[in-house]
Structures are given as structure tokens and as C-alpha cells.
Design a protein around this ligand. Sequence first.
Ligand SMILES: CC(C)(COP(=O)(O)OP(=O)(O)OC[C@H]1O[C@@H](n2cnc3c(N)ncnc32)[C@H](O)[C@@H]1OP(=O)(O)O)[C@@H](O)C(=O)NCCC(=O)NCCS
Length: 177
Amino acid sequence: MEIVEFLNASVPWPYPENGAEEFLSFALSEINLRKRFIWAITITDASDDMLVGLIELASDDAFHRGFWLIPEHHKKGFMTEAVTAVNDFAFKVLEMPSMRLGNALPNIGSRKLKERSGAVLVEIIPEVEFVGGVYPEEVWELTAEEWWENRAKYPQALFLKAYFAYFFRNSVTLAGS
Ligand SMILES: CC(C)(COP(=O)(O)OP(=O)(O)OC[C@H]1O[C@@H](n2cnc3c(N)ncnc32)[C@H](O)[C@@H]1OP(=O)(O)O)[C@@H](O)C(=O)NCCC(=O)NCCS
């Protein structure tokens, strides 16, 4: 519940038995239509890559960027790093002029990720249904200019080069693939 509490109520919860399969089928069709980019966040150990989270960029959702991470790895800077890579991708590779972003008002971690990047709070929707209940929702706008002005606050993500090379070769990486 800790992961999904502040996710939009359209996320099925309790997660159905075929939830992962349904998600992958939806994700593949969106990726093929170039409507959505989805990246797995993994931790590599000697034996395998473990999926610990996900970040996505969508062209025609209410919000352009979404993410989640398993609680064991919260507050270690993982999402800061993922957001850095995805913002660079959105503004440098896709040349998006701006991103519309949102979070439930009590979701402080998610808000901080937006504030630090220079996003501007444009609206608070008083009542929105999230998986964990109804909360006000903060709506933000992050323009390319704001991102590049604030980019120096973030680490140079060294994996980006390899990552973009991978993108151009394979079009997209898919969670779980
Ligand atoms: C929101 C979420 C992605 C943050 O990921 P994270 O890897 O813990 O974030 P980071 O470690 O990069 O931290 C980013 C900033 O938020 C702060 N932060 C993170 N979680 C926080 C919390 N619960 N309370 C207060 N501050 C928090 C960090 O201290 C950091 O602040 P700083 O930039 O001033 O140093 C993670 O909590 C999560 O997956 N939550 C569940 C799913 C979710 O809510 N998704 C977003 C829907 S809009």
C-alpha cells in the first residue's frame, strides 16, 4: 500500500493476479504507438538485475511523467537520478517544450522532486481520487528553460550516454524486459 497510496485511482488495487501481464500488454502497445516511454529501475547484483521501480514519460496522459520505487530504497536519491535522466531525455532528445506534472498534496517526496528541478506550481485540484483515498492534487509545469537553469543541481548521470545509445538501437527499454 505504501507504494500505491498516492498513485492515481486508475491503478488497479488490490493488484489483480493478471495485473503484470495486463500492464505489459498495455505498455507494449503504448510504446509501439510511441505514446509512452517506460524504464525499469533496477539494481544490479552479481546474479541478476532486480526491478525496484519504474519511471515513465507519456505524451498524452493528464501528466507527462510518473514513477514509483519500492519502500526499501526510498530516500537514497534513486528517483532523483532517474528523474534527471528522464528530464534530460524529454527536453534534449524529444525536445518537449514543457512537462505537466502532478502529485497528491501529502506526497512530499514527489513534490520535492518537482520543486528542486524548478517546476512551478500552477494549480491545486481540491479532490482527486488516489488509490489510498481522496486528496488535493498539486499540478506543476516544468519548462525546458527551467530544467536547464536548474540542471547543475543534479549529478551528471554517467549512464545517460549508454542509455541513449540503447534507446536509439532498440527504440525503448521496457520494464521487465
Ligand atoms: C516519491 C518517490 C518516488 C521518491 O523517491 P526517492 O528515491 O525516495 O526520492 P529521492 O531519494 O530521490 O528524494 C528526493 C527528495 O525528496 C525527499 N523525500 C523523499 N521521500 C520523502 C518523504 N517520504 N518525506 C520527505 N521527503 C522525502 C528526499 O529527502 C529528497 O530531498 P532533497 O532533494 O531535498 O534531498 C518514492 O517515495 C515513491 O516511490 N513513492 C511511492 C510512489 C509514488 O508516490 N509515486 C509518485 C506519484 S506522483
